[in-house]
Design a protein around this ligand. Structure first.
Ligand SMILES: [Zn+2]
Length: 113
């Protein structure tokens, strides 16, 4: 069936998959382009407590955020690549073969939506 005659629900799920893919690609691109953080790059926000351990946690979070965001965005891209609709009239997930949208894609949509 040509794409312009596909059922409307199919096009909605295809466009939702494409929208999430674009969203995650943009996150990955921004994190990869960002300058790695260092304490004197932009400083640290004011501490909420006097705890040295909490401050160490803050520094560790900011220092690792860029790489961790990139890793998580890469994982999301891989999952979206695995869980995508096939090109059949009655679409199924190419990864898990369940009817489209599969539960994994539904969960990704819920979490990133
Ligand atoms: Zn799936």
């Amino acid at each position: 069936m040509p794409p312009f005659t596909r059922p409307a629900t199919r096009r909605v799920h295809d466009s939702e998959h494409a929208r999430l893919l674009q969203c995650v690609e943009a996150i990955l691109e921004r994190s990869d382009r960002a300058v790695p953080w260092e304490p004197d790059t932009v400083g640290l926000p004011d501490a909420r407590t006097d705890s040295a351990l909490a401050r160490i946690n803050d520094v560790a979070f900011y220092a690792n955020a860029r790489n961790e965001v990139s890793a998580l965005a890469g994982l999301c891209l891989d999952l979206l690549g695995l869980h995508s609709p096939d090109d059949q009239d009655d679409p199924h997930c190419q990864g898990c073969r369940l009817p489209w949208p599969c539960p994994t894609f539904g969960e990704i949509t819920r979490l990133l939506g």
